[in-house]
Design a binder for this molecule. Structure first.
Ligand code: SF4
Length: 360
């Protein structure tokens, strides 16, 4: 268990550098050591669609590492079975970043593998992930149709060959994901939560959150991701399984969260996708809401709908409600004057859902 650094904004490169500076990442890497960056390129998709890590996260991390004297940097990834990692590198703009910074990238589908003894069973893992001195996990925080959510632990799945990936699915995913994450234990995790998809690993319904996170414990990071998305840990068994296997801790204390800034992008929420519009239509009175706040509300409305919770009261959200009194659910500190307020700035989806459940 360690600290989780949190930052808001939309410039992935600048946010990544700021997070790494704040956490003094250079002090944690062995001098002269090799560093492997493992993004999420599950498919060949544009990061704006909510499935893949923004190229700015990659360029920010490389630029920070190079400016601190690290020159043995590589980018490693293997897309999901059936997709072409090389195409995914190009579509997400990684080829340009790697050229600009003169950093090699490797398709792990063509990497050598070694069989290691994990807590679940012997497992084949790609050598570039095993042999690096410092593994940096760069996942996207998003939904997943089978495991409910995916973030730091599940992103490690790109470090195994396709035949292992197939076996993971045959085994029901949770136990092997936990064992892989607990074995690999990435030393650093930088989460892209700028616009992850609510439901699908492969993107398509992104929700703007404009948030990034940095931590050193993949289990803790996933537990925090669940909190942000309003998902009880019991719905994502691989997280507590990984904890039991020694992969980290699910405990999060408020003092462990280091907030580098506050959300400030209250200039109107970007044009919502069809799914988002259908969740909010007729219920939500939005006036200059920050993306992170709005994303928590959308996620909570989605979960409320799925659990059959009826939402009848009007919902208020946004900075222009500050200082006013309203009858209904008020999301976040700006709407503290509502009859049913949700605390937080921004609140988590979990907190919004709780108030909807009691007062919706
Ligand atoms: S409570 Fe207000 S300032 Fe805070 S995130 Fe929500 S809209 Fe932005």
């Amino acid at each position: 268990m360690g600290k989780i650094y949190e930052i808001y904004g939309s410039d992935a490169h600048a946010m990544t550098v700021a997070l790494m500076e704040a956490a003094r990442v250079a002090d944690r890497i062995p001098k002269g050591g090799s560093v492997a960056l493992k993004p999420n390129l599950v498919i060949a998709g544009r990061p704006e669609d909510g499935a893949t890590t923004h190229a700015g996260v990659l360029s920010g991390a490389i630029s920070y590492l190079q400016s601190h004297g690290f020159d043995k940097i590589s980018v490693i990834e293997g897309s999901w079975v059936g997709d072409d990692t090389g195409r995914a590198f190009r579509v997400a703009g990684y080829d340009k970043v790697c050229r600009e910074y003169n950093v090699p990238y490797f398709d792990l589908k063509h990497d050598k593998t070694r069989t290691v003894k994990t807590a679940a069973r012997p497992m084949e893992i790609c050598c570039r992930a095993l042999d690096t001195d410092f593994l940096i996990d760069l996942p996207v925080l998003k939904g997943h149709c089978q495991t409910v959510m995916t973030c730091a632990l599940k992103n490690c799945k790109g470090c195994i060959p396709d035949k292992e990936k197939r076996r993971f699915h045959a085994e029901g995913l949770h136990k092997p994901i936990a064992a892989l994450g607990a074995y690999l234990k990435p030393q650093l995790i930088i989460v892209d939560s700028i616009c992850g998809d609510l439901n699908f690993e492969e993107g398509g319904t992104p929700v703007q959150t404009n948030r990034m996170l940095l931590g050193t414990d993949a289990v803790q990071m996933d537990a925090y991701g669940c909190k942000l998305m309003g998902i009880p840990l019991s719905q994502v068994p691989y997280i507590t399984m990984a904890e039991k296997m020694g992969g980290g801790s699910t405990q999060i204390r408020e003092e462990d969260i280091v907030r580098l800034n506050e959300p400030t992008d209250a200039v109107g929420y970007p044009a919502p996708s069809g799914t988002v519009a259908s969740l909010t239509r007729g219920k939500v009175q939005e006036k200059s809401a920050c993306s992170a706040c709005y994303a928590s509300l959308v996620r909570a409305l989605y979960l409320a709908k799925r659990s059959g919770i009826k939402v009848t009261k009007p919902i208020f959200i946004g900075q222009e409600w500050k200082g006013q009194t309203m009858e209904g659910v008020g999301v976040g500190a700006c709407c503290a004057g509502a009859s049913c307020p949700v605390k937080g700035c921004p609140p988590t989806a979990e907190a919004v859902l709780e108030v909807l459940r009691k007062n919706g």
